[in-house]
Design a protein around this ligand. Structure first.
Ligand code: ATP
Ligand code: MG
Length: 363
Protein backbone atom coordinates (compact mmCIF):
# COMPACT_ATOMS: atom_id res chain seq x y z
CA UNK A 1 0.00 0.00 0.00
CA UNK A 2 1.25 3.48 -0.76
CA UNK A 3 0.35 6.67 1.08
CA UNK A 4 -0.67 10.05 -0.31
CA UNK A 5 2.53 11.49 1.13
CA UNK A 6 4.56 9.07 -1.05
CA UNK A 7 2.88 10.50 -4.13
CA UNK A 8 3.28 14.06 -2.86
CA UNK A 9 6.99 13.37 -2.41
CA UNK A 10 7.34 12.39 -6.07
CA UNK A 11 5.30 15.40 -7.19
CA UNK A 12 7.28 17.58 -4.83
CA UNK A 13 10.43 16.87 -6.84
CA UNK A 14 8.90 17.93 -10.15
CA UNK A 15 9.25 21.56 -11.11
CA UNK A 16 6.69 23.78 -12.72
CA UNK A 17 8.27 24.72 -16.07
CA UNK A 18 6.80 28.23 -15.83
CA UNK A 19 7.81 29.32 -12.37
CA UNK A 20 10.71 27.01 -11.58
CA UNK A 21 9.01 26.17 -8.27
CA UNK A 22 8.19 22.60 -7.28
CA UNK A 23 4.66 21.67 -8.28
CA UNK A 24 3.40 21.38 -4.74
CA UNK A 25 4.87 24.79 -3.79
CA UNK A 26 3.50 26.59 -6.78
CA UNK A 27 0.00 25.32 -6.05
CA UNK A 28 -0.37 23.89 -9.56
CA UNK A 29 -1.16 20.42 -8.22
CA UNK A 30 -3.84 19.75 -5.64
CA UNK A 31 -6.23 17.07 -4.38
CA UNK A 32 -3.73 14.23 -4.53
CA UNK A 33 -5.57 11.00 -3.77
CA UNK A 34 -5.39 7.22 -4.05
CA UNK A 35 -8.43 5.09 -4.91
CA UNK A 36 -7.79 1.37 -5.36
CA UNK A 37 -5.29 1.10 -8.18
CA UNK A 38 -5.66 4.73 -9.21
CA UNK A 39 -3.57 7.70 -8.23
CA UNK A 40 -5.35 10.95 -8.93
CA UNK A 41 -4.54 14.61 -8.74
CA UNK A 42 -5.75 17.93 -10.13
CA UNK A 43 -3.54 20.12 -12.22
CA UNK A 44 -4.55 23.78 -11.87
CA UNK A 45 -3.63 25.87 -14.89
CA UNK A 46 -3.77 29.64 -15.23
CA UNK A 47 -5.58 29.20 -18.56
CA UNK A 48 -6.48 26.42 -20.97
CA UNK A 49 -4.10 28.03 -23.45
CA UNK A 50 -1.14 27.50 -21.09
CA UNK A 51 1.50 26.34 -23.53
CA UNK A 52 3.17 24.04 -21.06
CA UNK A 53 -0.06 22.16 -20.30
CA UNK A 54 0.91 19.07 -22.30
CA UNK A 55 4.51 18.91 -21.09
CA UNK A 56 3.43 19.20 -17.50
CA UNK A 57 0.68 16.61 -17.90
CA UNK A 58 3.03 14.11 -19.52
CA UNK A 59 5.81 14.70 -17.00
CA UNK A 60 3.49 14.08 -14.06
CA UNK A 61 2.06 10.99 -15.73
CA UNK A 62 5.48 9.55 -16.51
CA UNK A 63 7.15 10.26 -13.17
CA UNK A 64 4.26 9.03 -11.03
CA UNK A 65 3.80 5.87 -13.11
CA UNK A 66 7.50 5.15 -12.93
CA UNK A 67 7.53 5.56 -9.17
CA UNK A 68 4.39 3.45 -8.66
CA UNK A 69 4.24 0.98 -11.56
CA UNK A 70 1.29 -0.92 -10.06
CA UNK A 71 -0.95 2.12 -10.21
CA UNK A 72 -2.66 4.05 -12.97
CA UNK A 73 -2.50 7.81 -12.96
CA UNK A 74 -5.53 10.03 -13.51
CA UNK A 75 -4.88 13.73 -13.87
CA UNK A 76 -7.79 16.17 -13.92
CA UNK A 77 -7.11 19.54 -15.43
CA UNK A 78 -8.77 22.62 -14.06
CA UNK A 79 -8.58 26.29 -14.98
CA UNK A 80 -7.86 28.45 -11.95
CA UNK A 81 -10.75 30.69 -10.89
CA UNK A 82 -10.22 34.31 -11.93
CA UNK A 83 -8.58 36.22 -9.12
CA UNK A 84 -7.38 33.07 -7.37
CA UNK A 85 -3.71 32.70 -6.52
CA UNK A 86 -3.36 29.89 -9.05
CA UNK A 87 -4.56 32.18 -11.86
CA UNK A 88 -1.37 34.21 -11.48
CA UNK A 89 1.64 33.24 -13.55
CA UNK A 90 3.58 33.60 -10.28
CA UNK A 91 1.32 31.86 -7.76
CA UNK A 92 4.14 31.85 -5.21
CA UNK A 93 4.35 35.66 -5.19
CA UNK A 94 1.74 36.91 -2.74
CA UNK A 95 1.61 40.60 -3.66
CA UNK A 96 2.75 42.66 -6.63
CA UNK A 97 3.15 46.37 -5.95
CA UNK A 98 3.69 48.72 -8.89
CA UNK A 99 5.52 51.98 -8.15
CA UNK A 100 4.28 54.60 -10.59
CA UNK A 101 4.16 58.31 -11.30
CA UNK A 102 2.99 60.60 -14.04
CA UNK A 103 6.17 62.59 -14.25
CA UNK A 104 9.73 61.45 -14.84
CA UNK A 105 12.48 61.99 -12.29
CA UNK A 106 10.27 62.24 -9.20
CA UNK A 107 12.06 59.33 -7.55
CA UNK A 108 10.15 56.16 -8.47
CA UNK A 109 13.30 54.07 -8.75
CA UNK A 110 14.77 55.54 -5.57
CA UNK A 111 11.53 54.79 -3.71
CA UNK A 112 11.22 51.28 -5.26
CA UNK A 113 14.72 50.26 -4.22
CA UNK A 114 14.62 51.75 -0.73
CA UNK A 115 11.08 50.62 -0.01
CA UNK A 116 11.95 47.07 -1.11
CA UNK A 117 15.03 47.03 1.13
CA UNK A 118 13.12 48.51 4.08
CA UNK A 119 10.38 45.89 3.63
CA UNK A 120 13.09 43.22 3.55
CA UNK A 121 14.54 44.62 6.76
CA UNK A 122 11.07 44.40 8.29
CA UNK A 123 11.29 40.66 7.70
CA UNK A 124 9.38 40.22 4.44
CA UNK A 125 10.53 38.29 1.39
CA UNK A 126 10.80 40.95 -1.30
CA UNK A 127 11.93 41.12 -4.93
CA UNK A 128 12.39 43.98 -7.39
CA UNK A 129 11.34 43.93 -11.01
CA UNK A 130 12.73 46.92 -12.90
CA UNK A 131 10.10 47.42 -15.59
CA UNK A 132 11.71 50.58 -16.91
CA UNK A 133 12.99 48.89 -20.04
CA UNK A 134 14.26 52.01 -21.79
CA UNK A 135 15.87 53.68 -18.81
CA UNK A 136 16.74 51.00 -16.25
CA UNK A 137 18.35 52.65 -13.24
CA UNK A 138 18.00 49.84 -10.70
CA UNK A 139 21.31 48.13 -11.67
CA UNK A 140 23.24 51.32 -10.77
CA UNK A 141 21.25 51.89 -7.60
CA UNK A 142 22.03 48.36 -6.41
CA UNK A 143 25.60 48.14 -7.69
CA UNK A 144 24.74 45.38 -10.15
CA UNK A 145 25.99 46.96 -13.38
CA UNK A 146 28.73 44.39 -13.86
CA UNK A 147 26.60 41.31 -13.32
CA UNK A 148 24.65 39.11 -15.72
CA UNK A 149 21.84 36.77 -14.72
CA UNK A 150 22.44 33.02 -15.03
CA UNK A 151 20.26 30.82 -17.18
CA UNK A 152 18.86 27.49 -16.03
CA UNK A 153 17.14 24.93 -18.23
CA UNK A 154 14.00 23.44 -16.73
CA UNK A 155 12.26 20.74 -18.76
CA UNK A 156 13.78 22.12 -21.92
CA UNK A 157 12.82 25.74 -21.22
CA UNK A 158 15.45 28.42 -20.63
CA UNK A 159 14.85 30.42 -17.46
CA UNK A 160 16.63 33.45 -16.08
CA UNK A 161 17.74 33.52 -12.46
CA UNK A 162 17.34 37.01 -10.96
CA UNK A 163 20.48 38.59 -9.53
CA UNK A 164 20.67 39.31 -5.83
CA UNK A 165 21.48 42.58 -4.06
CA UNK A 166 21.48 43.05 -0.29
CA UNK A 167 19.45 39.86 0.11
CA UNK A 168 16.74 40.54 -2.46
CA UNK A 169 16.28 39.10 -5.97
CA UNK A 170 16.33 41.69 -8.77
CA UNK A 171 15.61 41.57 -12.49
CA UNK A 172 16.32 44.42 -14.89
CA UNK A 173 16.69 45.08 -18.59
CA UNK A 174 19.99 46.67 -17.64
CA UNK A 175 21.36 43.17 -16.87
CA UNK A 176 20.66 42.04 -20.40
CA UNK A 177 21.46 44.91 -22.74
CA UNK A 178 23.64 47.96 -22.48
CA UNK A 179 21.55 50.95 -21.31
CA UNK A 180 22.06 52.75 -24.64
CA UNK A 181 20.56 49.80 -26.54
CA UNK A 182 17.42 49.79 -24.44
CA UNK A 183 16.04 52.98 -25.98
CA UNK A 184 15.41 51.36 -29.37
CA UNK A 185 12.82 48.94 -28.03
CA UNK A 186 9.23 49.61 -29.05
CA UNK A 187 5.69 48.37 -28.32
CA UNK A 188 5.41 44.64 -28.99
CA UNK A 189 9.03 43.93 -28.03
CA UNK A 190 8.58 45.79 -24.76
CA UNK A 191 5.49 43.71 -24.00
CA UNK A 192 7.37 40.48 -24.77
CA UNK A 193 10.18 41.40 -22.42
CA UNK A 194 7.89 42.31 -19.52
CA UNK A 195 6.16 38.96 -19.94
CA UNK A 196 9.54 37.21 -20.02
CA UNK A 197 10.67 38.95 -16.84
CA UNK A 198 7.61 37.48 -15.20
CA UNK A 199 7.19 34.02 -16.69
CA UNK A 200 10.71 33.18 -17.88
CA UNK A 201 12.35 34.14 -14.62
CA UNK A 202 12.72 31.90 -11.61
CA UNK A 203 11.46 34.16 -8.85
CA UNK A 204 11.65 32.65 -5.39
CA UNK A 205 8.57 32.62 -3.17
CA UNK A 206 7.93 36.26 -2.23
CA UNK A 207 5.64 38.27 0.01
CA UNK A 208 5.99 41.31 -2.23
CA UNK A 209 7.36 41.89 -5.72
CA UNK A 210 8.03 45.62 -6.14
CA UNK A 211 7.77 46.76 -9.77
CA UNK A 212 9.54 49.98 -10.72
CA UNK A 213 7.70 51.51 -13.67
CA UNK A 214 8.79 54.11 -16.20
CA UNK A 215 6.91 57.44 -15.94
CA UNK A 216 3.47 57.87 -17.44
CA UNK A 217 0.73 55.56 -18.62
CA UNK A 218 2.22 53.82 -21.64
CA UNK A 219 2.66 50.32 -23.06
CA UNK A 220 4.68 49.00 -20.15
CA UNK A 221 2.02 49.86 -17.56
CA UNK A 222 -0.65 48.24 -19.72
CA UNK A 223 1.45 45.15 -20.37
CA UNK A 224 2.19 44.73 -16.70
CA UNK A 225 -1.48 44.68 -15.69
CA UNK A 226 -2.17 42.21 -18.51
CA UNK A 227 0.68 39.91 -17.46
CA UNK A 228 0.21 39.53 -13.72
CA UNK A 229 -2.42 40.46 -11.15
CA UNK A 230 -1.07 43.70 -9.67
CA UNK A 231 -2.19 43.83 -6.04
CA UNK A 232 -1.88 47.59 -5.86
CA UNK A 233 -0.03 50.67 -7.01
CA UNK A 234 1.98 53.18 -5.03
CA UNK A 235 2.03 56.61 -6.64
CA UNK A 236 5.10 58.79 -6.20
CA UNK A 237 4.89 62.54 -6.49
CA UNK A 238 6.85 65.58 -5.43
CA UNK A 239 4.96 68.35 -3.58
CA UNK A 240 4.75 70.42 -6.79
CA UNK A 241 1.44 71.08 -8.53
CA UNK A 242 2.69 69.89 -11.94
CA UNK A 243 3.88 66.60 -10.50
CA UNK A 244 0.55 66.11 -8.71
CA UNK A 245 -1.42 66.84 -11.88
CA UNK A 246 0.57 64.19 -13.75
CA UNK A 247 0.36 61.75 -10.85
CA UNK A 248 -3.43 62.07 -10.94
CA UNK A 249 -3.34 60.86 -14.57
CA UNK A 250 -1.17 57.89 -13.61
CA UNK A 251 -3.47 56.96 -10.72
CA UNK A 252 -6.52 57.30 -12.93
CA UNK A 253 -5.13 54.66 -15.29
CA UNK A 254 -4.87 52.10 -12.50
CA UNK A 255 -8.30 53.05 -11.17
CA UNK A 256 -10.08 52.56 -14.51
CA UNK A 257 -12.91 50.03 -14.20
CA UNK A 258 -11.37 47.64 -16.71
CA UNK A 259 -7.91 47.86 -15.12
CA UNK A 260 -9.04 47.64 -11.50
CA UNK A 261 -5.70 47.99 -9.70
CA UNK A 262 -6.30 49.66 -6.32
CA UNK A 263 -4.01 52.44 -5.17
CA UNK A 264 -2.31 51.43 -1.92
CA UNK A 265 -1.15 54.94 -1.17
CA UNK A 266 0.98 57.91 -2.08
CA UNK A 267 4.62 58.73 -1.43
CA UNK A 268 5.67 62.37 -1.39
CA UNK A 269 9.31 62.41 -2.39
CA UNK A 270 11.63 65.40 -2.10
CA UNK A 271 9.08 66.67 0.43
CA UNK A 272 11.54 69.15 1.89
CA UNK A 273 15.26 69.80 1.91
CA UNK A 274 17.32 69.29 5.02
CA UNK A 275 20.99 70.29 4.76
CA UNK A 276 23.35 67.82 6.45
CA UNK A 277 24.75 70.57 8.70
CA UNK A 278 21.27 71.75 9.80
CA UNK A 279 19.41 68.49 10.47
CA UNK A 280 16.48 70.23 12.19
CA UNK A 281 15.73 72.62 9.34
CA UNK A 282 13.16 71.94 6.63
CA UNK A 283 13.16 73.99 3.42
CA UNK A 284 10.10 73.39 1.27
CA UNK A 285 11.78 73.86 -2.10
CA UNK A 286 8.94 72.40 -4.16
CA UNK A 287 6.07 73.73 -2.07
CA UNK A 288 3.88 71.75 0.29
CA UNK A 289 0.81 69.56 0.33
CA UNK A 290 1.14 67.71 -3.00
CA UNK A 291 1.22 64.28 -1.40
CA UNK A 292 -1.83 64.97 0.78
CA UNK A 293 -3.71 66.30 -2.22
CA UNK A 294 -2.99 63.21 -4.28
CA UNK A 295 -3.93 60.94 -1.37
CA UNK A 296 -7.28 62.75 -1.11
CA UNK A 297 -7.87 62.42 -4.84
CA UNK A 298 -7.14 58.69 -4.81
CA UNK A 299 -8.98 58.26 -1.48
CA UNK A 300 -5.93 56.64 0.02
CA UNK A 301 -3.24 57.47 2.55
CA UNK A 302 -0.03 59.40 2.36
CA UNK A 303 2.26 56.45 3.10
CA UNK A 304 5.29 58.60 3.72
CA UNK A 305 7.25 61.75 3.03
CA UNK A 306 10.88 61.38 2.01
CA UNK A 307 13.00 64.49 2.28
CA UNK A 308 15.46 65.62 -0.35
CA UNK A 309 18.81 64.59 1.08
CA UNK A 310 22.00 64.95 -0.85
CA UNK A 311 23.36 61.68 0.51
CA UNK A 312 20.31 59.78 -0.79
CA UNK A 313 21.30 60.71 -4.32
CA UNK A 314 25.03 60.18 -3.80
CA UNK A 315 24.57 56.76 -2.20
CA UNK A 316 22.13 55.83 -4.92
CA UNK A 317 24.69 56.57 -7.62
CA UNK A 318 27.22 54.40 -5.77
CA UNK A 319 24.85 51.47 -5.46
CA UNK A 320 24.55 51.81 -1.69
CA UNK A 321 20.90 52.58 -0.93
CA UNK A 322 19.95 54.92 1.91
CA UNK A 323 17.48 52.46 3.46
CA UNK A 324 20.26 50.13 4.62
CA UNK A 325 22.54 52.81 6.06
CA UNK A 326 23.13 53.00 9.82
CA UNK A 327 22.44 56.75 9.95
CA UNK A 328 18.75 57.01 10.96
CA UNK A 329 18.42 60.29 9.06
CA UNK A 330 18.85 58.22 5.91
CA UNK A 331 17.10 54.98 6.80
CA UNK A 332 14.19 56.22 8.97
CA UNK A 333 12.02 57.74 6.23
CA UNK A 334 12.10 54.43 4.36
CA UNK A 335 11.54 52.30 7.47
CA UNK A 336 8.43 54.39 8.23
CA UNK A 337 7.31 54.15 4.61
CA UNK A 338 7.68 50.35 4.73
CA UNK A 339 5.69 50.14 7.98
CA UNK A 340 2.81 52.16 6.55
CA UNK A 341 2.93 50.22 3.26
CA UNK A 342 2.59 46.91 5.13
CA UNK A 343 -0.42 48.33 7.02
CA UNK A 344 -2.18 49.65 3.95
CA UNK A 345 -1.44 46.51 1.93
CA UNK A 346 -3.10 44.53 4.70
CA UNK A 347 -6.12 46.86 4.59
CA UNK A 348 -6.30 46.44 0.81
CA UNK A 349 -6.16 42.65 1.07
CA UNK A 350 -8.71 42.57 3.90
CA UNK A 351 -11.24 44.79 2.19
CA UNK A 352 -10.94 44.27 -1.54
CA UNK A 353 -11.06 41.23 -3.81
CA UNK A 354 -7.80 40.03 -5.38
CA UNK A 355 -6.93 41.86 -8.58
CA UNK A 356 -7.53 39.97 -11.80
CA UNK A 357 -5.24 40.04 -14.81
CA UNK A 358 -6.59 42.61 -17.27
CA UNK A 359 -7.86 40.91 -20.38
CA UNK A 360 -8.25 42.99 -23.50
CA UNK A 361 -11.29 41.81 -25.41
CA UNK A 362 -11.96 42.78 -28.98
CA UNK A 363 -15.58 42.85 -30.04
N1 ATP B 1 14.77 61.93 -1.68
C1 ATP B 1 15.77 62.18 -2.50
N2 ATP B 1 16.85 62.92 -2.10
C2 ATP B 1 17.86 63.20 -2.94
N3 ATP B 1 17.91 62.80 -4.21
C3 ATP B 1 16.88 62.06 -4.67
C4 ATP B 1 15.77 61.71 -3.85
N4 ATP B 1 14.90 60.96 -4.59
C5 ATP B 1 15.46 60.83 -5.81
N5 ATP B 1 16.63 61.49 -5.87
C6 ATP B 1 17.52 61.62 -7.04
O1 ATP B 1 16.74 62.17 -8.10
C7 ATP B 1 17.08 61.56 -9.34
C8 ATP B 1 15.83 60.93 -9.94
O2 ATP B 1 15.40 59.87 -9.11
P1 ATP B 1 14.87 58.50 -9.71
O3 ATP B 1 15.78 58.00 -10.77
O4 ATP B 1 14.57 57.62 -8.57
O5 ATP B 1 13.53 59.03 -10.35
P2 ATP B 1 12.52 58.26 -11.32
O6 ATP B 1 11.15 58.82 -11.04
O7 ATP B 1 12.70 56.82 -11.20
O8 ATP B 1 13.04 58.75 -12.72
P3 ATP B 1 12.60 58.19 -14.17
O9 ATP B 1 11.27 58.79 -14.43
O10 ATP B 1 13.66 58.69 -15.07
O11 ATP B 1 12.55 56.69 -14.05
C9 ATP B 1 18.17 60.56 -9.02
O12 ATP B 1 19.40 61.16 -9.25
C10 ATP B 1 17.98 60.28 -7.54
O13 ATP B 1 19.19 59.90 -6.91
MG1 MG C 1 13.14 55.38 -12.66
Amino acid sequence: MIEITDVQKVLGKLRDPETGQTLMNSGRVKDVGIRGQYIQCTLVLPSLQATYKETLYQTIQKEVEQAFPDYQVHIHMEVAAAGSVASSPLPHVKNVIAVASGKGGVGKSTISVNLALALHQAGLKVGILDADLYGPSIPTMLDLTQSKPKVEVIQGAHKLIPLEAYGIPVMSMGFIVEPEQAVVLRGPRLAGIIKQFITDCIWPALDILVVDLPPGTGDIQLTLVQSIPVTGAIIVTTPQQVAVADAIKASSMFMLDNVGVPIIGVVENMAWFTPAELPDKKYYLFGQGGGEKLARYTQTRLLGQVPLIQAVQELSDRGKPAAIQKDPLLSQPFAKLAEETIKQLQVRNDTLLPTEIVRITTN
